[in-house]
Design a protein around this ligand. Structure first.
Ligand code: GRF
Length: 198
């Protein structure tokens, strides 16, 4: 069993599918962390019976917030964090202090359209190929190593809403499956390490 935390700031459709998929595995979704106190993702966590923590960034140094987040992560012995629409950057302090992996889902074919409003920007730029990326995060904005990408040809007259919904559909299939694969690897690694210590 490996332990996951999901960080999200908004609607939480990815959080929902991750949570539902996790129920079919031996791994544990320990908590949701959210920085927006009225975000719909908190409602989803409540309905699913998943612990949630709300962090407040207002008038605080980002590093102080990250110290608080680190306490939740270490308190729950988190192995993997999945950023699923988390609209804040984690500090280099957090990235070096957290002894686990951190994945992020991004709705474009990175390195193209890093940053916010990626779907709209790639749609407006007339991109013929659209898609999603799952990366391991580093201190930059959507610059970490790419673990997974999938693309589709943009249909000639597709509206922005149609493209958005196709992208979310892909996210909902692939993000949970990449997360589970990572958790499986972490579990095998820790069993090997425990075996090696005997
Ligand atoms: C997703 O499109 C994800 O790629 C991006 O933020 C969005 C979150 O959507 N990083 P939701 O809150 O999971 O519905």
């Amino acid at each position: 069993m490996a332990k996951l935390a999901v960080f999200a700031s908004g609607n939480g459709s990815n959080f929902q599918v991750i949570a539902e998929t996790m129920l079919k595995t031996s791994h544990s979704l320990e908590f949701l962390l959210c920085n927006v106190k009225n975000a719909y993702v908190l409602e989803r966590a409540k309905i699913l019976g998943i612990t949630s923590y709300i962090v407040n960034y207002l008038n605080r140094k980002r590093e102080d917030v990250d110290k608080e987040i680190l306490q939740y992560a270490t308190g729950h012995q988190i192995d993997l964090i999945a950023l699923a629409g988390y609209m804040k950057l984690l500090t280099p302090f957090f990235l070096s202090a957290f002894h686990g992996d951190i994945l992020n889902i991004h709705p474009s074919l990175l390195p193209k359209f890093a940053g916010v409003n990626a779907i709209e920007r790639s749609y407006n730029a007339g991109e013929k190929k659209l898609g999603i990326s799952i990366i391991r995060i580093d201190p930059g904005v959507d610059t970490g190593p790419i673990l997974f990408q999938t693309a589709f040809e943009r249909p000639p007259h597709a509206s922005l809403a149609e493209v958005e919904s196709k992208i979310h559909e892909l996210e909902h299939v692939h993000f949970p499956s990449v997360i589970i694969k990572e958790l499986d690897k972490i579990e095998i690694r820790s069993k090997d390490q425990a075996g090696g210590m005997k």
